[in-house]
Write a protein that binds this ligand. Structure first.
Ligand code: ADP
Length: 496
């Protein structure tokens, strides 16, 4: 039988998933294996690199067994992954010299502050499109080389390799034959020049990272070698590597400049396609590479919201106002408005476009009439207002107009939230039925490389979706948003 499936590996922060698609791009099934993060110190977050690898392999084996599909029936694999997470391993033994340091880990914050004090923020922004932050890989690699005995010397002697999770998986899946990454992942390391598309020598010197450690940077849809037959029974080509948020942008078919997707998870991640233009932000958004297909590079603006769906978790777990996250929808619909209540969940400061790390949360506008339903509704509305804040910044930075927002992620299941989102944006919110945008993006990219379809064909792809249209009048929208802005002011004022 001819090869008729594409497999996505979606290596995330909380689980490793494998998703199987047929060549009409329909999802056949999915299996996931949960991960156990390691918290050695406050603010530190690690993973066992072998757990990342083995959970990914296990999820694929479970999936193939469940549907009785052999590796020889699989045309291609696309890998998408949690970004920035850093692994350094020994080239000869293949063993990591330290755990994977996860993107959320803040152990290098002080080092980052010192870089800012030394006046390096502008040059780093200019070259990499990023703000100096412990989030990105460079300071994590630096930390490992400085803290693991003999590591720096070994690195200088060419004995160590660095990779984000995609490279670590690929190197192991190809039995150490291919040490590579793609431009979307490289652009999150803070070592990659996003204009010249090359590792930056000056930055490597700054962070004392020998160039011999670095993976080769390839296109997002490209030939990445073969997963060895010993793993699944036959060799399978790897045809795409892409960071998770960029994968979701592709999976949501945001191919044109100005198209935006927002993922409503624990936090929210919004990306806007800016085409072949590297747009610089004046509002603290990140400029990043979305993908490279053939010789064509596509850039994106990215903004993140720290507390998205997490505000609902907080109502459920800390305030015990809800039994389940989904219950928030029913409750919010029992009232017509928030009765003047605003909740700004600045629990760990405010991100774009405010960038105030000292801001703290505010619940305001309370009267004797304020009920649980009003507070729950205000929490949901806060996710939509924060999204509007970031989107406004993107529109200003890019000069591109927006009339639709594509959505995915756990909290995007909430119909009340999506309708309110459409209302405060005065735009249509589009939610596809296939909500696994990340895995889908990796599959679509792998299919491009395997010549199952072209990007042009994908542009015309018909999808099942749910559209939420704005049905609020302008005056009301302006009045509500002005109230939000006042509440945001309070989070900052209260801490002066
Ligand atoms: P992540 O990938 O960040 O783990 P998910 O995409 O699985 O997140 O989304 C989970 C988040 O969405 C949680 O913070 C949860 O509180 C929130 N959430 C899930 N379902 C709903 C819902 N129906 N309404 C509102 N929030 C929800």
């Amino acid at each position: 039988m001819s090869k008729q499936y594409i497999l996505s590996f979606d290596q995330g922060t909380t689980s490793s998933r494998s998703v199987l698609y047929d060549l009409s791009r329909q999802q056949i099934g999915m299996e996931s294996v949960a991960l156990t993060p390691i918290y050695p110190n406050p603010g530190w977050v690690e993973h066992d690199p072998y757990e990342l690898l083995n959970s990914q392999i296990d999820s694929a084996r479970l999936l193939l067994a469940k549907f009785n599909i052999a590796a020889r029936d699989i045309l291609s694999i696309g890998i998408t992954n949690q970004r920035e997470t850093t692994i350094v391993w020994d080239k000869l033994t293949g063993k990591p010299i330290y755990n994977a340091i996860v993107w959320q880990d803040t152990r290098t914050s002080e080092f980052c502050q010192n870089l800012i004090k030394d006046g390096l923020a502008d040059v780093l922004l200019e070259k990499t499109g990023l703000m100096v932050d412990s989030y990105f890989s460079a300071t994590k690699i630096h930390w490992i080389l400085q803290h693991v005995p003999d590591a720096l010397q070994k690195a200088k002697d060419g004995e160590l390799l660095f990779g984000t999770v995609d490279s670590w998986l690929l190197w192991n899946l190809t039995n150490g034959e291919v040490h590579a990454t793609d431009v979307s992942n490289a652009s999150r390391t803070m070592l990659f020049n996003i204009s010249s598309l090359a590792w930056d020598e000056g930055l490597l010197n700054l962070f004392e990272i020998p160039a011999t450690m670095l993976p080769v940077v390839k296109g997002t849809a490209d030939n990445y070698g073969f997963v060895k037959a010993k793993l699944f029974g036959s060799e399978i080509p790897v045809n795409a590597i892409v960071g998770d948020q960029q994968a979701a942008l592709f999976g949501q078919l945001c191919f044109k400049p100005g198209e935006v997707k927002n993922t409503y998870g624990t936090g929210c991640f919004m990306l806007m396609n800016t085409g072949n233009k590297l747009v610089r932000s004046n509002a603290g958004l990140i400029s990043t590479i979305a993908w490279k297909i053939g010789d064509t590079v596509c850039y994106a603006l990215e903004g993140s919201i720290f507390i998205g769906g997490a505000v609902i978790q907080w109502l459920r777990d800390e305030l015990e106002m809800l039994q389940t996250a989904a219950e928030s929808e029913k409750l919010a619909k029992t009232v017509n408005d928030t009765n003047g209540v605003y909740l700004v969940p600045a629990f760990s400061g405010l991100g774009a476009p405010y960038w105030n790390m000292d801001a703290r949360g505010v619940l305001c506008g309370l009267t004797r009439g304020a009920k649980r339903a009003h507070i729950v509704r205000a929490a949901l509305e806060s996710i939509a207002y924060q999204t509007k804040d970031v989107l406004n910044a993107m529109i200003k930075d890019s000069g591109l107009l927006l009339n639709t927002l594509k959505v995915d992620g756990g909290a995007a299941e909430n119909d009340f939230l999506m309708q309110f989102q459409a209302n405060v944006l005065h735009a249509s919110v589009i939610r596809p039925t296939q909500i696994e945008s990340t895995a889908r993006g990796a599959m679509l990219l792998a299919g491009v490389q395997a010549q199952s379809w072209s990007v042009d064909e994908l542009k015309d792809m018909k999808e099942d979706l749910h559209m939420f249209r704005s049905d609020m009048d302008d005056a009301k929208r302006r009045q509500l948003y002005a109230g939000w802005k006042e509440a945001v002011e309070m989070t900052i004022r209260n801490n002066k």
